[in-house]
Design a protein around this ligand. Structure first.
Ligand code: ZN
Ligand code: ZN
Length: 278
């Protein structure tokens, strides 16, 4: 009886308040029987493909068509900067740019390609402050983390910092929020992440810079030069660090962060972003 009543309530609710897709703005009906990302038994597993996991995570915010418009990062890509090769054949290997001028970080990886639905979601989250996306995006990033690294590998995980003026204007650091759900996800999956520490106050952005958007590769590098600093170099010395950001475009921002961390004595720096521009 209770089940029947809750189904009636659910039908009425759907008819009166259908879900609106964040990407295409069309109305769709969320299927309440779908497994959700908080479904302990199913949704948090390592074994889901990126596409299936994205579909599950975004079931409440995207229509079925937009949930399919997601491109995960797939091999072959550069083992260092993570650039996705145009040719879809062959093994992962180092790209020419990384062979000529290695970056300060060891490896950069991403959950998906920065296009279609993922691009819209990042915009909604970052520029329109749709904070209901924090949890699914954070979970998507964590899933990607598990795909590439062992959980105990890093000593420190840190978001790319924002300048405090920018933080005041935006109200949040998107990279930091992308780590918000990691402790919960880890607890659900493996009973905690004792060996991993999220630290958001060691690497700081000390210089106000113009936005990187619209700048070419060289412009981005000079714009971001010396923008970051460390509050306490002792904390990074000898540490393996994972840097987290929302989008990897040319890599100049994360590379500058990695340079500061490596100069501070870090053992290694790796990079994980939600999206990778191609
Ligand atoms: Zn849609
Ligand atoms: Zn490369």
């Amino acid at each position: 009886m209770q089940n029947f009543v809750s189904r009636i309530i659910s039908c009425v609710k759907t008819a009166v308040f259908p879900d609106k897709c964040l990407c295409c703005r069309s109305f769709f009906n969320f299927d309440g029987n779908r497994p959700l990302f908080n479904d302990r038994n199913k949704a948090a597993g390592r074994n889901f493909s990126e596409c299936n996991y994205f579909d599950m995570l975004m079931a409440q915010v995207l229509c079925p068509e937009c949930r399919r418009a997601f491109s995960p990062v797939e091999s072959p890509f550069c083992t260092a900067c993570g650039m996705i090769f145009k040719s879809r054949e062959g093994e992962d290997h180092m790209c020419g740019t990384c062979l000529d001028a290695p970056m300060y970080f060891s490896a950069a990886r991403a959950a998906g390609i920065y296009d279609q639905s993922l691009m819209t979601l990042v915009h909604c989250f970052k520029y329109q402050g749709k904070l209901q996306l924090v949890r699914p995006l954070s979970r998507l990033l964590f899933h990607s983390f598990l795909r590439y690294w062992e959980t105990g590998y890093f000593d420190l995980i840190m978001p790319v910092p924002l300048h405090k003026k920018k933080l005041r204007l935006r109200g949040f650091n998107q990279a930091h929020l992308l780590l918000k759900d990691w402790p919960d996800a880890a607890a659900m999956l493996m009973g905690g992440m004792e060996s991993i520490h999220i630290k958001a106050d060691v690497l700081v952005r000390k210089k106000w810079t113009r936005p990187q958007t619209g700048l070419g590769r060289k412009g981005r590098i000079s714009n971001i030069k010396n923008a970051f600093g460390l509050t306490d170099a002792f904390l990074v010395r000898g540490r393996r660090i994972l840097l987290v950001d929302d989008v990897f475009t040319t890599g100049s921002t994360v590379n500058e962060c990695a340079r500061i961390l490596m100069h501070g004595g870090a053992e290694s720096v790796d990079v994980l972003t939600l999206a990778r521009a191609i």
